[in-house]
Design a protein around this ligand. Structure first.
Ligand code: FAD
Length: 401
C-alpha cells in the first residue's frame, strides 16, 4: 500500500480504523506530499496556509462531566424493514452503531417511504433519539400527524452522548455479513443525510457546522501498527469521496503542533445540545405530540391509536424487541469546559478531541473499531478518562507558543 493511501481516505489502512479517525470525521483523500519549505507560515502542497490555532486547556481540573453510551451495532447493518403486528404496520428503524446521527435523515427517509406507502393520516414513532426524532419530522413533512412515544426524550436519550461528528460508516456493519446490497443502501442513506444537513448550517445556535480536524503523528504514519480488525468492520467511505472532501498533508513547521506529521481535513460536526433542541422545536412547531411511555413488547404497539408505527428504540431494541443481533459497543466521553476560541478537532495517539459549542469532547479510541465491542458496562471508567486527558495535556504542553 502506498504511503499516500495510508495517510488518506483508505480507511481499511488507517492506523486506528474508523473508531479512531472516524470518531472525529478524519477521513479524507490525501493530497500533496510531506515536502515543502520549512518555517511558518508555510503553504501546503495545495497552497493553503495553516491558521492560528488556540490550544486546548486539557486538564482533569477542567473536566465538567464524563458520559458513557452504548452504540447499537448490528453486523448486518441497521434493521430497516416492515412487520405486521396485530393490525399495525411496524417499520423497524434501529441499530445504527456509531453512525446514527450521520445517517439519521437517510435512514428516516427510507423508513418513512415504507410507512407512508398506504398514506396513513397519523403515524406513531417509538423513540426520541436521533433516529426517532428525524423519522418523526420526515413523517410530518410527508403529511402525517405524528405522535412520538418514548421513555426518554433528548437530551436524556443515549443519542445525546455521541461525539457529534459526520461519521456515516463508523461501526455500521461487518462487510461480509452486510453484503453488497447494504453497501448500496448505505450510500443512499449517507447521500440523503449529507444533503439534509445543508439546511442546518448557518442557523443561530450553530446546530451544525464544518470544522478542521488535525491528525497528528510522532513518526511516519505507515510505521504505526494497524488496529486489529478480526471481524471485518465495513468501511464505505470511498463511495462518497466526493462528499467527504480532501485532506492535505501539512509540511513540518507549518502548524503549532509539536508532531512532525500533520494531516488536515474538514468535516461536519453536530453541536448536539443545540441540534437536538432545534429538532425538538421543529417537531413541536409542526404540531407533533410527545407522550412519555415505556413499552415492554412490540405487541403493545397494536393497541396504539395509530396503525402505522416507526420503531426507533436504538440500543433499547435489544430488550424491547428481544433482538440479540444488537451488540453493544461502549464509548465514553470526557467533557472539558467549552473554549469557543478552539474551533477544530485533533486526533493524537489514540485519543480524539472535538471542540463543540457545548463542551470539548475527549474520547479514547485506542484499539480501533474493537474498542468497547461487546461491552455493555454503561458506567464511568475514570482511569480511561485520566489517561485520555493526560495524552492530550502532554501534546499541548509541547505545542509552540
Ligand atoms: C461514544 C459515542 C459516540 C458516538 N459518536 C457519534 C458520532 O460522532 N456521529 C454519529 O453519527 N453517531 C455517533 N454515535 C452513534 C449514535 O449516538 C447512535 O447511533 C444513535 O444515538 C442511535 O440513535 P437512536 O435514536 O437509534 O437511539 P437512542 O438515542 O438510544 O434513542 C432510543 C429512543 O428509544 C426509546 N426507547 C428505547 N426503549 C424503549 C422502550 N422500551 N419503551 C419506550 N421507549 C424506549 C429511548 O427512550 C429513546 O427515546 C456515537 C455513539 C457513542 C456511544
Amino acid at each position: 500500500m502506498m504511503a499516500g493511501e495510508r495517510w488518506g481516505l483508505d480507511r481499511r489502512g488507517l492506523i486506528l480504523g474508523s473508531a479512531g479517525l472516524g470518531a472525529l470525521g478524519l477521513g479524507g483523500c490525501a493530497t500533496g506530499a510531506m515536502t515543502g519549505p520549512l518555517g511558518g507560515p508555510t503553504p501546503t502542497a495545495g497552497g493553503v496556509y495553516a491558521p492560528h490555532l488556540e490550544p486546548v486547556r486539557a486538564s482533569m481540573n477542567r473536566v465538567f462531566d464524563i458520559t458513557v453510551c452504548l452504540r447499537p451495532f448490528r453486523a448486518a447493518g441497521p434493521r430497516l424493514e416492515a412487520e405486521t403486528i396485530g393490525d399495525a404496520l411496524v417499520i423497524h428503524n434501529y441499530g445504527h452503531g456509531g453512525s446514527g446521527w450521520s445517517l439519521s435523515w437517510g435512514s428516516g427517509t427510507l423508513a418513512v417511504r415504507m410507512a407512508m406507502a398506504s398514506s396513513p393520516r397519523s403515524v406513531a414513532v417509538i423513540g426520541c433519539g436521533a433516529i426517532g426524532l428525524t423519522s418523526a419530522i420526515l413523517a410530518q413533512e410527508a403529511g402525517a400527524r405524528v405522535t412520538i412515544y418514548a421513555r426518554d426524550l433528548l437530551p436524556d436519550a443515549r443519542s445525546a452522548r455521541a461525539t457529534g461528528s459526520w461519521t456515516p460508516d463508523s461501526r455500521i456493519a461487518l462487510t461480509k455479513t452486510a453484503g453488497p446490497a447494504f453497501a448500496d443502501r448505505w450510500e443512499e442513506m449517507a447521500r440523503i443525510s449529507f444533503k439534509r444537513y445543508r439546511r442546518y448550517l448557518g442557523l443561530p445556535g450553530t446546530p451544525v457546522e464544518w470544522s478542521d480536524r488535525y491528525n497528528l503523528f510522532d513518526g511516519p504514519p505507515d510505521s504505526e501498527p494497524e488496529a486489529d480488525d478480526p471481524l471485518g468492520f465495513a468501511h464505505y467511505g470511498d463511495r462518497i469521496r466526493d462528499l467527504n472532501g480532501h485532506s492535505e498533508v501539512l509540511p513540518p513547521g507549518s502548524t503549532p503542533f509539536p508532531t512532525p506529521y500533520v494531516r488536515r481535513n474538514s468535516s461536519m460536526q453536530f453541536n448536539v445540545a443545540d441540534y437536538a433542541h432545534t429538532l425538538m422545536a421543529d417537531f413541536l412547531a409542526m404540531g407533533g405530540r410527545i407522550e412519555r411511555r415505556e413499552f415492554h413488547s412490540p405487541a403493545e404497539y397494536a393497541a396504539l391509536p395509530e396503525k402505522v408505527v416507526i420503531n426507533c428504540p436504538g440500543y433499547g431494541a435489544r430488550a424491547l424487541c428481544k433482538d440479540e443481533s444488537i451488540t453493544p459497543v461502549r464509548g465514553q466521553i470526557t467533557w472539558l469546559i467549552p473554549q469557543p476560541e478552539v474551533n477544530y478537532g485533533v486526533y493524537y495517539n489514540g485519543v480524539s478531541v472535538l471542540s463543540r459549542r457545548d463542551g470539548i469532547v475527549v474520547q479514547a479510541v485506542w484499539g480501533g473499531d474493537m474498542f468497547g465491542y461487546g461491552d455493555d458496562h454503561e458506567v464511568i471508567d475514570r482511569a480511561e478518562a485520566e489517561k485520555a486527558v493526560g495524552i492530550i495535556a502532554g501534546l499541548y504542553s509541547r505545542m509552540k507558543a
